[in-house]
Design a binder for this molecule. Structure first.
Ligand code: ADP
Ligand code: MG
Length: 291
């Protein structure tokens, strides 16, 4: 690891950011900062504000209150195009791919922030930076799908295409919304290896192989969170429940996030007495994957 050459200036600095929709507080005021090299999992039940938080960091929506600095710059003043795309890339839950185009064009969409309109249009006929798309798809085991129509690809392949696009974009802040939700456990682990490899020194030798980046992903599996991420932000009903290194989070902490309101332990009551009554030993997971 190269902790010593990692700078400590946060890539993300959120101070009291919040977002409400009519009748719903999607995210109550939240403050946190994320340093280069961190791999942050955001956990919480449906409707807890995870996607809203990612959308705020992707500058897809604006906070109602508070301030958000990305690499020291005010997120509200970032210009769409090169400035924003070099800073933040997001893999959305629906992948946002154009189904009628060959795979290569969807991958090279990651370069659009860097290209002029004319160059983008020429690229539709003769793909520019083809080698970048080839390298990214090869990394993902899809070299033979370069010219395949995107709509003909399987769900898992489309998901990898969305990852290839962010690899080609090479932003400092990589956001992924439920990147493993439609994958079986083995493929989910491969995907997380890949995404965390974009941050780790020991990861893939792709175009974004760089420890000066961060990965922030939403996901639900406690085991995968504890094995692949260095930090966990737990949300429920738009409120922060905890924000801790994974070494200080247990499987039970994560399970508790998902308990239905009527099943939550009454305040001050410890299940099974002071030692806790739950028989799962999460200590073996606690330090796994912590950088
Ligand atoms: P999660 O990703 O954890 O499921 P979301 O961030 O999508 O949660 O949503 C948090 C809350 O905000 C939910 O109650 C959701 O219905 C509401 N919400 C999210 N986006 C919108 C929107 N565009 N318009 C209205 N309500 C929204
Ligand atoms: Mg969501």
């Amino acid at each position: 690891m190269t902790q010593n050459h990692r700078v400590t200036v946060p890539l993300i600095e959120a101070r009291g950011i919040s977002k409400a929709y009519p009748g719903t507080v999607a995210l109550a005021p939240l403050s946190f900062s994320v340093k280069p090299g961190e791999k942050v999992a955001i956990a919480g039940p449906s409707g807890s504000g995870k996607t809203t938080l990612l959308e705020l960091m992707a500058c897809a929506i604006q906070a109602d209150q508070g301030s958000l600095l990305l690499d020291g710059r005010d997120s509200g003043r970032l210009k769409p195009g090169r400035e924003l795309s070099s800073l933040v890339g997001i893999i959305n839950q629906g992948y946002d791919l154009v189904p009628n185009l060959p795979a290569i064009h969807n991958v090279l969409a990651g370069r659009l922030g860097d290209w002029s309109l004319l160059r983008s249009m020429v690229s539709l006929v003769r793909p520019r930076d083809r080698h970048l798309a080839e390298a990214a798809l090869e990394e993902l085991g899809m070299a033979n799908k370069l010219m395949e129509r995107t709509s003909h690809l399987s769900g898992g392949e489309q998901q990898r295409l969305a990852v290839a696009r962010v690899i080609v974009q090479s932003p400092k802040i990589i956001l992924a919304d439920e990147p493993v939700s439609s994958l079986d456990p083995a493929r989910a682990e491969d995907m997380l290896d890949l995404l965390t490899g974009l941050i780790d020194d020991s990861g893939v030798d792709g175009p974004v192989h760089n420890p000066d980046k961060v990965l922030i992903a939403t996901l639900h599996s406690p085991e995968m969170i504890l094995n692949f991420f260095t930090r966990v932000i737990g949300l429920r009903d738009g409120e922060l429940q905890f924000d801790r290194p994974t070494g200080k989070v247990t499987i039970d902490d994560l399970d508790d996030l998902y308990l239905l309101a009527e099943n939550r332990w009454p305040e001050g009551w410890v299940p099974g007495g002071a030692g806790g009554g739950l028989d799962r030993d999460s200590s073996s997971h606690g330090s796994a994957g912590v950088a």
